[in-house]
Design a protein around this ligand. Structure first.
Ligand SMILES: Cc1cc2nc3c(=O)[nH]c(=O)nc-3n(C[C@H](O)[C@H](O)[C@H](O)COP(=O)(O)OP(=O)(O)OC[C@H]3O[C@@H](n4cnc5c(N)ncnc54)[C@H](O)[C@@H]3O)c2cc1C
Length: 395
């Protein structure tokens, strides 16, 4: 009985085709004996136009999926890291960056367009495994697995159901209850523009920038990051600012360029000149939540933002989601004769690490607002981790 169950293909149903869900699907598709089905609410697959920092811990997962060479071709690796004072553009720090992370952590640190990373992950998952326009409205454990119900009434059964449905996860709410989200009085804007716009603004910049830098403009009530995407073809800007104005926790709320520039009134004119050259911008509010104690109930498990929505201060949300996706596949592979035990071991391995990152992101957020800011919190334990080799310990 045990042997035949172990040999049968396990059907793993994933809710959400975001970065975490697709990492899990891609990793499972590369292993023998799994049938993967991904149910995505959006009618079409894709990602929002925004940049993403991919730290070494994420790049190790990208490597294990066999995507590192392709990823390097679509990503950027900044040459130097530069810190500028918000108002007069004084250089606070300049340090070599490219190649350094590889030496210390065994993988490099990249910046990439979310849509490019999403496409790469998607290339590892067969088309017929992805179902779009499929919104999950409920999930439940059954006698032998789990079932999800879609908004159209269809029911989908699997040996396991994985909630990778992001920050407002329906699976999390249903299985673990509603979690309180606190607005942090911080709003952010994201914008992408052709790199040549940075060069056109060169005369107004306090120091020469050619776009190969990771540049942070740091002030007491906000910070603005410039970094390259697509090998320097595009400039990504992330701008965070303390504000009393309430904002949605959603990525796709358009904002006016002037609204954004007004929020940075008094900041360096060269920085504002570059930002003013964007054609469009989107804003969203930063919210904070406490870590969840549990991510697994029977044959249902959470991963990514569904399990650990975190502030963007450490640029680790997607990285930890990718670690989760890979770790989940490894646990399901090692524990295929007892899925509930495999998922429970997955939670034991992942929950403490992800919660610690979540809490450090909160602390770093608070530290960033202190004057003067204390030294950055240590990230060695984050970047040095390898989800590909971390021990899988089944009970
Ligand atoms: C401002 C900002 C900057 C960031 N920068 C970085 C960074 O530089 N580096 C980094 O590592 N992380 C970063 N992050 C975090 C990162 O974007 C997220 O942590 C990551 O996208 C989480 O991936 P996910 O797969 O869990 O969720 P998502 O990528 O949100 O995917 C969830 C998917 O589930 C689908 N879905 C939702 N509900 C349902 C449903 N009911 N049924 C079916 N499908 C559903 C959604 O449509 C979506 O496709 C940043 C986040 C923010 C807000």
């Amino acid at each position: 009985m045990e042997t035949s169950r172990a040999r049968r293909r396990q059907r793993i149903v994933i809710v959400g085709a975001g970065i975490g869900g697709l990492t899990a699907a891609a990793a499972l598709c590369r292993m023998e004996g799994f049938e993967v089905a991904v149910y995505e609410r959006a009618a079409q697959l894709g990602e929002v136009g925004a940049g993403l920092q991919m730290a070494p811990n994420a790049v190790k997962v990208i490597r294990a999926l066999g995507l590192e060479d392709r990823f390097r071709r679509i990503a950027s690796e900044p040459e130097v890291r530069l810190s500028l004072k918000w108002d007069d553009g004084t250089v606070r720090a300049r340090e070599p960056f490219r190649g350094r992370m590889q030496e210390v952590y065994g993988a490099s640190y990249h910046t990439a367009h979310r849509a490019d990373l999403h496409r790469l992950l998607l290339s590892l998952v067969p088309d017929d495994a992805i179902h779009t326009g499929a919104e999950c409205v409920s999930v439940a454990n059954t006698a032998s697995g789990a079932v999800l119900r879609l908004a159209n009434g269809e029911e989908v059964e699997g040996d396991a159901v994985i909630g990778a449905d992001g920050i407002h996860s329906a699976v999390r709410t249903q299985v673990f209850g509603r979690s309180e989200a606190r607005f942090t009085n911080q709003i952010c804007w994201r914008l992408i523009l052709p790199m040549e716009e940075l060069r056109k603004a060169a005369g107004k910049l306090p120091v020469p920038l050619d776009g190969s830098e990771y540049t942070g403009w740091l002030g007491p009530t906000g910070h603005v990051l410039f970094y390259p995407l697509r090998g320097g073809e595009l400039l990504n800007i992330f701008a965070g600012r303390v504000s009393q104005q309430w904002a949605d926790e959603a990525w796709a709320v358009p904002s006016a360029i002037d609204e954004m520039l007004d929020a940075y009134s008094g900041w360096h004119p060269g920085m504002l000149e570059v930002m003013s050259r964007a054609a469009e911008t989107y804003k969203w509010g930063i919210y904070d939540r406490d870590p969840l104690a549990h991510w697994v109930s029977g044959h249902i498990a959470l991963l990514g933002d569904a399990a650990h929505p975190m502030m963007p201060t450490l640029a680790q949300g997607a990285a930890i989601s990718m670690e989760d996706g890979y770790a989940l596949a490894r646990h399901l592979d090692a524990g295929r004769s007892d899925i509930a035990a495999a998922l429970s071991a997955y939670e034991t391995q992942r929950q403490p690490r992800a919660s610690r990152v979540q809490l450090q992101a909160r602390q770093q957020f608070l530290n960033n607002q202190m004057v003067p800011p204390p030294p950055p919190l240590p990230v060695d334990w984050i970047y040095g981790y390898d989800a590909v080799t971390a021990p899988v310990e089944l009970a």
